[in-house]
Design a protein around this ligand. Structure first.
Ligand SMILES: Nc1nc(=O)c2c([nH]1)NC[C@@H]1CN(c3ccc(C(=O)N[C@@H](CCC(=O)O)C(=O)O)cc3)C=[N+]21
Length: 307
């Protein structure tokens, strides 16, 4: 093996966890499964409920529908104005729950201030929950000790696991430090990785952690999902560690004055880590691929059994 150890000349570069290429391979596989469904008269359909005009959220939703077109999944869009009320949003969820063309859907987060997000998520039909964020599905994530994935998992945690598996990386017995405790990434990947089939040892750190470096410096794997640009600097990383850059923050570039997206991982980490997921091009494309997988699997589960 070369690449994973320092060569002493200071020119070490971490190996790349290539999310773009991996997501492309997964989309190819999903296109075949979509074709098999079509042969049985079923066209999977992804619904999105988008509230307001945040440019970031609009871009994400556009990207999701573009991905759908690539693999043959139908698109159903429900767009509501920023002024939509709780009742309007709940009505959009009810509409997607009832639409037979929609086999899976997401409510794009975050919802506008004042909206009760948990109440909206509770209303999704768990069988159509493409984000795996309905309490029933989060409960299944916790309860399932072993066995096949038969309920949707949240897209980013699933994407991270898939990215590692497809690069031949095993987590069993490893020390994983997760930075960030959000529902969509940090807390859920922590719960998932402690399940017997993954068998990792997990430390879940967050903004209240007194000495973050003390934890990360001993980690075999760091999942950086704090949403704080550049929080993981090279001195926080054990040489050879596996580092996943999940965070996305909009920052104003000091030199150009332009807004750009910044990850949680500082560029210097590439000199220390053994493996690193680029950002962009790492976890983001995998998240989108797993959304497609969740939609295809929901349609597969809904098929009548072959006799
Ligand atoms: N209900 C819900 N489900 C989500 O899955 C969800 C959400 N709400 N709200 C926002 C976050 C964010 N998120 C991203 C997905 C893909 C990229 C992605 O593909 N990024 C590209 C770069 C894209 C660019 O340059 O703008 C990359 O990393 O290579 C990024 C961010 C999903 N989210």
């Amino acid at each position: 093996m070369s690449g994973a150890g320092s060569n002493g000349s200071g020119s070490h570069r971490a190996q790349v966890l290539d999310g773009t290429a991996t997501a492309k391979a997964i989309k190819g596989e999903l296109a075949e499964r979509v074709a098999a469904l079509a042969a049985r008269g079923v066209v999977p359909g992804l619904g999105t409920a988008l509230v307001g005009d945040d440019p970031g959220s609009q871009a994400y939703v556009r990207g999701k529908h573009r991905d759908c077109a690539e693999v043959g999944i139908a698109s159903i869009r429900v767009d509501l104005p920023a002024t939509a009320s709780q009742a309007d949003i709940e009505a959009a969820v009810a509409q997607l729950n009832a639409d037979p063309a929609c086999t899976g859907f997401i409510v794009q987060l975050p919802l506008p201030k004042g909206v009760d997000t948990n109440r909206v998520l509770e209303l999704l039909d768990p069988a159509k929950d493409a984000d795996g964020l309905h309490p029933t599905n989060l409960g299944r994530l916790v309860l399932r000790v072993n066995g096949p994935i038969d309920s949707p998992l949240p897209c980013t945690p699933r994407g991270i696991l898939e990215l590692l598996v497809r690069h031949g990386i095993e987590l069993a017995g490893k020390d994983v430090v997760v930075v960030g405790r959000g529902t969509t990434v940090g807390r859920t990947i922590g719960l998932l990785l402690t399940r017997r089939e993954f068998n990792a040892t997990v430390t879940l750190t967050h903004t209240g952690t007194e000495d973050l470096a003390e934890h990360t410096r001993h980690a075999d794997v760091i999942v950086a999902a704090a949403g704080v640009a550049g929080i993981i600097t090279a001195d926080l990383v054990k040489p050879g560690a596996i580092v996943l850059d999940v965070g996305v923050t909009r920052v104003v570039d000091a030199d150009t004055g332009k807004v750009r997206l910044a990850g949680d991982v500082d560029s210097g980490v590439a000199e220390v880590a053994g493996w690193l997921s680029p950002n962009p091009g790492g976890v983001g494309p995998m998240t989108r691929a797993m959304l497609l997988a969740n939609v295809v699997e929901a349609a597969e589960r809904a098929l009548p059994a072959l006799t």
